[in-house]
Write a protein that binds this ligand. Structure first.
Ligand code: DGL
Length: 262
């Protein structure tokens, strides 16, 4: 049992899509959120830069006396989770991290493709490519880097049609392709599900079921808290928000994202 908070980290506001599931599934925990919006997007940076930034943010959360760390950023996971785990071993700090949910997507019946949409870094990093290689038919998964989305979400733009120009670039090469599932492989994307669905209709065929990894990741957090006997029986789901960006601008967007099922 521990009443200390869980630290949640993302390159920016995207981790709120994981935190809102945590608040729903683990409501007796308290949380400290750190968004590195001052340095976002991570997805266009080198592995070394992403790792350095991730380690610095984890250091900040540890200084706030968290009991476990939830990396709510697919890009940080792909670039640095192995290194982070190695370094954290000495502190016995449990680390839970999100990865693109291609496993449940590939388990869906159908003969169509699975689109995995994520940052450029995630789609090219070995950790993710190894995960793809473990799928029953890796060639079913098409990786689509999506530069540009994160910056718009960070500026609080959520209108369905405000992303058409970006999707024109991502989907034009796949016009008419049959797609069973679209994996939202970046934690910023669940906030613009409407834009994904709208553009899937414009360009693709098939069910195009939208899948993200937040629920699976939060369930894993619950299991790890049990394993380490760290559950909080009396917490109230308190959330403390920290950012390396402009707090006055970002905090209201963060609160909106947490409350609404955007
Ligand atoms: N939200 C992050 C993810 O899940 C990355 C966003 C960024 O590029 O900073 O990958």
């Amino acid at each position: 049992m521990s009443e200390r908070p869980v630290g949640v980290f993302d390159s920016g506001l995207g981790g709120a899509s994981v935190l809102r599931e945590a608040l729903r599934l683990l409501p007796n925990e308290n949380y400290i959120y750190y968004g590195d919006s001052g340095n976002a997007p991570y997805g266009d940076k080198s592995d070394d830069d992403i790792t350095t930034l991730t380690m610095a943010c984890i250091g900040k959360l540890m200084a706030m006396n968290v009991k476990a760390i939830l990396i709510a950023c697919n890009t940080a996971t792909a670039a640095s989770v192995s290194k982070v785990r190695q370094l954290m071993n000495q502190y016995s700090m449990p680390i839970i991290s999100i990865e693109p949910a291609i496993k449940p997507a590939c388990a869906l019946p159908g003969t169509g493709k699975v689109f995995m949409m994520a940052t450029l870094a995630t789609t090219r990093l070995n950790r993710y490519l190894a995960l793809q290689a473990r799928m029953p038919d890796p060639s079913r998964v098409i990786n689509i880097p999506c530069p540009g989305i994160v910056e718009r979400v960070e500026s609080g733009i959520f209108d369905e049609d405000a992303y058409d120009d970006l999707f024109d670039k991502y989907f034009a090469p796949y016009m008419g392709t049959a797609v069973d599932a679209i994996v939202l492989g970046c934690t910023h994307y669940p906030f613009i599900k409407g834009a994904f669905a709208r553009n899937a209709k414009r360009y693709l065929r098939g069910n195009c079921t939208l899948i993200d990894g937040s629920v699976g990741t939060v369930r894993q957090l619950g299991r790890i808290l049990d394993r380490y006997k760290l559950r909080n029986p009396i917490g109230t789901g308190r959330v403390e928000f920290h950012t390396s960006g402009n707090e006055a601008v970002l905090k209201p967007i963060f609160e909106k994202l947490l409350k609404q099922d955007i």
